[in-house]
Design a protein around this ligand. Structure first.
Ligand code: FNR
Length: 193
């Protein structure tokens, strides 16, 4: 087994579809900062058809691809904007797609963290807690601390490769990653018992 294959696999699910998304930049920064400890991949949600129970007997290929990707993960980190004090529709749709069919919920038992990112001071608190509420129902153990409502985040805080260059933001992300990595290994060790 290689060093690389021993690292936990973690999906970053980004709630914004925007090419220049601040949340995507935070997701890419996490991938860069945690690359020595986690195998991080950004899970694509932009192409997921809207969830519709009528499609369950013959699910769209994009649903199948997304469900298979998440099912293979050891953990999930949600990076989400706040839309109108709530969770963006695209992210809610992705969470719904992964929650069906009943009994095959790909999210269940996957240790999660939620990071909300906004240019505004409240930092997406409302969306963050809506995602936490969904995760509670989906039986995802949640990293509780540090809470991650990242406000006043602007494009200037990232380099040309989208990785964070602003030192205070880098330190905040590093603390979140350290806590998540430690807690992920604790949760995985417990589930091995
Ligand atoms: C927003 N924005 C926003 N910001 C916030 O902090 N609280 C909010 O409730 C809202 N509401 C909202 C609704 C809609 C429809 C849009 C398009 C935007 C602003 C939002 O934080 C900003 O556009 C972020 O840059 C979006 O995240 P990404 O795309 O940069 O990741």
């Amino acid at each position: 087994m290689t060093e690389n294959s021993r690292r936990p696999r973690v999906a970053i699910v980004v709630g914004s579809l925007r090419a220049e998304s601040l949340n995507l930049k935070v997701g890419k920064s996490i991938a860069a900062l945690a690359g020595d400890r986690l195998n991080v991949e950004i899970a694509r949600i932009a192409d997921l058809p809207l969830y519709n129970e009528d499609l369950d007997p013959n699910p769209p290929a994009e649903w199948v691809r997304f469900r298979e990707q998440i099912a293979q993960m050891d953990g999930v980190v949600f990076c989400t904007p706040e839309y109108n004090r709530g969770v963006p529709g695209a992210l809610k749709n992705a969470i719904d797609v992964g929650s069906r069919p009943p009994g095959e919920i790909v999210w269940a038992k996957k240790p999660a963290a939620v990071i909300s990112v906004s240019p505004y001071p409240i930092g997406g608190f409302g969306a963050n807690h809506q995602v936490r509420q969904l995760c509670a129902f989906l039986d995802m153990p949640m990293l509780q601390q540090p809470e991650a409502y990242l406000g006043r985040v602007t494009p200037e805080k990232f380099g040309a490769d989208d990785v964070v260059t602003d030192q205070p933001l880098k330190e905040i992300l590093s603390k979140i990653i350290d806590a998540y990595v430690a807690w992920l290994s604790l949760t995985r060790a417990r589930s091995d018992v």
